[in-house]
Design a protein around this ligand. Structure first.
Ligand code: ANZ
Ligand code: ZN
Length: 822
């Protein structure tokens, strides 16, 4: 029997590119979406990259290494794995980079996509390239526009004037999700507020559904929590305050009705519609008007600082009073910029004793502070507001009640008197999708003087993004498309009269909110997706990505799918029942960032060590869902391991006569399989290493069939983790192409039962018992079992002074009694 002579070294780059070319040529990673059995399909989705300047980020590599290893394992377990890839190629990121280097986004995108394809291919992941998509391709964005029209028809896309957040550097409005504090998430510039006509998608209509849907999702808890907080459901009470002689009834929103008796003022936002009526004839008109004008100019900063808990504390007194619904007291009404017009009812009852923002406002404006909740004794007197729980004081018939019970009691009392009502509020805002930019799908509507807002007829889609030379944002509140006469002027689809096109493009997150629906139908041109294929292939079986998209992309995609489900366009409401997020990678202990210059470029490692080493190393760093630290030294360790495997499998094996106990092999199959099933890659790799160590130790004792089984198992078990090397070794040991189309090896469950050995128990060197115990018992466990034996206890006088323990063989309890008697 001859075995191929093992090369002491192997050339990873030659071997890897050779196999990759073969896999692509043989299309072994493509599946037939028309015929795959629904119970065998496995839609293994990864977050698709936006083709940026720098190329693939190691975070992508980390996602893809995990997802691909998982997918390959499932394929060996009999699944038909669908693993498509594409490009999120529209959007501000790409456009900003194009602006910086002075290249047109279209050519830039074409160029970077070529580089991304090469990089993605170099990882040796089982991509189905036949279904590649790019969101900036008219054959894709035609359907993004079509979806917009469906939402428009359903009343879920609306245009309204709104105070929006504007980035003075990116020269566009931003969604709330694109802010980091007061700054633009993309460029870090401080944002300002503008009032503009904008398109919104009514995600708020789905707040409750999106919240409830979370319960049934198999998602990381942290991701669910982030979405819950983002949606921000709060149960509160609306409390009405009448203003005598004005006909004004102010409706406030509070989550703390228990503090009702502590109200010493009301606060309205500068936008409040009743300000006029409240100031008329009071002598406060000028002061209030001045304050309002000033506040509106600087509104965003104030609103953001409110969210961060730092009110500007500015305000003006209207000189009007409202009547307290419980005490009948006169309560002064103020206007201040820490109240947000669009949250709650846009009016606040001020309780300075128990709310910090109100406390600071009261301090600056000299308003009384009336405590109505007594802090528990041990807390001491609060320095500022006491925001915790406690017993009610000075609260009429509610005095003495614990605050958490008082909330309900006071809410009920208000309801009974018609002065208030329980309500549910959400922090979630509608999704602003208008962008005054160039690189996105034009929003497909037309404005006609006679017919108003008219949707572009579906048969006229796509509204092609015109190829303009000057794509720079204008900063005037309109998109650069507004300067393209031939684009702007059109005929009204309804009356054929002259009309203007909408010139804003839509948010790039709209492109990615539905892309997973397009993959299975990517080559179909007359519909966004084929209903049968969609029913067969979706929802996604596993979605892998990074932790940074939880309140944006993941939420938008859920909203989109819920909406499409309600429109009868897809047969499921949740697109991603199983979400898997990897943890953060650091480099030598530090967070990777461009400013530190320590961002790992996966390209270099793939070039130097090969894709197998790079992938496997990433997965070995730590638990995938927790992340870990990237170090070059660790990478060398994986490389050594793979070379060792290479030598072990390719070097000639001299058959021996005596058989070897192959149970460790069964155990390796079982544990590695169980780990891969749960995406515990690091422990799977550790078990593989241990198994290889065992095989190296035992191989000289193996008969040839035993060696054949062991070496095949090594190759099959490593196939999901090191796909190229496994293919090469599989060929060298005479396996049928492809190793990736083989079945995961089966194991004998009988081998998993713990092995038993006989443990001899002695007392002072005399054998007193023999028991059967599992292999590998440690000293303490052995001692416990020995001490429990009848005959041992009889001979043991007091505590043993010393214990002699030979693992799996003997335990001797030495009391010293025999020494004395001797
Ligand atoms: C009285 C009160 C007393 C409040 C107290 C808090 C503590 P969450 O929980 O985030 O929903 N509020 C309501 N509408 C507001 C608006 N438009 N702008 C600014 N603040 C507003 O916040 C609800 C609380 O935020 C409400 O409960 C209200 O202050 C304030 F001891 O009412 B509270
Ligand atoms: Zn018209």
């Amino acid at each position: 029997m001859t075995t191929a002579k093992g090369d002491p070294q192997y050339d990873a780059s030659e071997m890897e590119s050779r196999w990759r070319a073969r896999w692509v040529a043989d299309r072994i990673s493509e599946i037939d979406v028309e015929r795959v059995a629904p119970d065998r399909k496995f839609y293994n989705l990864v977050e698709f990259p936006y083709p940026s300047a720098e190329g693939l980020h190691v975070g992508h590599t980390y996602t893809y290494a995990g997802a691909d290893t998982y997918g390959r394992y499932l394929r060996m377990r009999g699944a038909e794995v669908f693993q498509p890839i594409g490009f999120d190629s529209f959007g501000i990121q790409t456009e900003n980079y194009a602006l910086r280097i002075g290249e047109h986004p279209r050519t830039l995108t074409e160029r970077t996509i070529v580089n991304y394809r090469r990089q993605l291919a170099s990882l040796g992941a089982a991509w189905d390239w036949s279904r590649e998509i790019a969101t900036s391709d008219p054959s894709y964005y035609r359907w993004t526009q079509w979806i917009f029209l469906q939402l428009l028809g359903a009343g879920l896309a609306v245009r309204r004037e709104a105070a929006v957040v504007w980035c003075p550097s990116c020269l566009t409005v931003l969604a709330n999700e694109q802010l980091e504090g007061e700054r633009c998430e993309r460029c870090g510039t401080r944002v300002v507020e503008r009032i503009m006509d904008q398109w919104f998608l009514r995600i708020t209509a789905y707040a409750e559904e999106l919240l409830e849907g979370l319960d049934d999702l198999d998602w990381p808890e942290s991701a669910k929590r982030a979405q819950r907080e983002w949606i921000g459901r709060s149960e509160g009470v609306e409390i009405d305050f009448d203003v005598p002689n004005t006909g004004v009834r102010l409706r406030t929103f509070t989550t703390r009705p228990d503090t009702l008796f502590g109200v010493t003022f009301l606060v309205l936002p500068p936008e409040h519609p009743d300000l006029e009526a409240l100031t008329r004839g009071t002598g406060s008109e000028t002061e209030v008007r001045q304050f309002v004008e000033e506040a509106l100019r600087d509104r965003v900063a104030a609103a953001r600082s409110w969210m961060a808990g730092f009110p500007q504390r500015r305000g003006a007194f209207t000189r009007s009073f409202a009547i307290h619904p419980a005490t009948g007291d006169r309560v002064p009404i103020y206007v201040a910029d820490y109240v947000v017009a669009t949250y709650g009812t846009g009016a606040v009852m001020g309780v300075p004793a128990h709310d910090e923002r109100d406390f600071r406002f009261a301090a600056v404006n000299g308003l009384p502070v009336v405590g109505v909740i007594r802090p528990p004794q041990d807390e001491g007197a609060p320095v500022e507001a006491w925001t915790g729980e406690g017993a009610l004081i000075d609260s009429g018939r509610f005095s003495g009640l614990p605050s958490n019970q008082a909330r309900d009691a006071i809410a009920g009392w208000l309801e009974a008197r018609g002065a208030g009502r329980r309500v549910v509020r959400y922090r979630l805002r509608d999704w602003l999708i208008s962008r005054q930019r160039y690189w996105g799908p034009p929003i497909p509507v037309v404005y006609c003087a006679d017919c108003g807002t008219v949707p572009v007829p579906e048969e006229d889609l796509p509204v092609i993004l015109p190829d303009v030379a000057d794509f720079r944002p204008t900063g005037t509140g309109v998109s650069p498309l507004a300067a393209v006469e031939s684009f702007v002027h059109t005929d009204c689809p309804s009356c054929a009269g002259p009309a203007r096109r909408e010139t804003d493009v839509s948010d790039t997150f709209l492109d990615s909110a539905w892309y997973f629906l397009r993959y299975p139908s990517s080559e179909i041109h007359d519909k966004a997706w084929d209903p049968e294929r969609t029913a067969r292939m979706l929802p996604v079986d596993s979605y892998a990505g990074g932790p940074e998209h939880v309140v944006r992309h993941h939420l938008y995609a859920r909203f989109m799918t819920h909406a499409l489900y309600d429109l009868g366009l897809v047969p499921f409401a949740e697109p991603f029942p199983h979400l898997r997020l990897h943890g953060m990678l650091t480099k030598d202990g530090a967070k990777m960032s461009k400013s530190r210059g320590n961002v790992v470029n996966p390209d270099r490692y793939v070039a130097d060590h090969g894709a197998d080493v790079t992938r496997m190393y990433l997965l070995f760093i730590g638990p995938w869902d927790e992340g870990g630290d990237f170090s070059d030294a660790g990478m060398a360790g994986i490389e050594r391991f793979l070379r060792r495997v290479w030598r072990l499998v390719t070097e000639p094996h001299e058959p021996a006569r005596s058989g070897v106990d192959l149970r460790p092999l069964d155990r390796a199959i079982a544990t590695i399989g169980a780990d891969l099933e749960e995406m515990r890659f690091n422990t799977a790799i550790a078990s593989l290493m241990e198994f290889v160590r065992w095989a190296r130790r035992e191989c000289d004792k193996m008969a040839s069939e035993e060696w054949a089984r062991a070496s095949a198992a090594i190759v099959l078990l490593m196939a999901p983790l090191a796909p190229h090397l496994a293919e090469e070794l599989w060929a060298r040991i005479g396996g049928d192409y492809s190793v990736h189309q083989q079945h995961w090896p089966v194991f004998d469950p009988g081998s998993l039962v713990d092995e038993q050995v006989t443990l001899v128990i002695q007392v002072d060197g005399k054998t007193r018992d023999r028991i059967r115990v599992p292999v590998g018992l440690d000293r303490q466990q052995a001692l416990e079992r020995a001490a429990g034996r009848e005959n041992v206890r009889r001979h043991l006088v007091g505590e043993p002074r010393k214990v002699i323990f030979v693992p799996d063989r003997l335990i001797n309890l030495v009391t010293g009694a025999s020494d004395r008697s001797a």
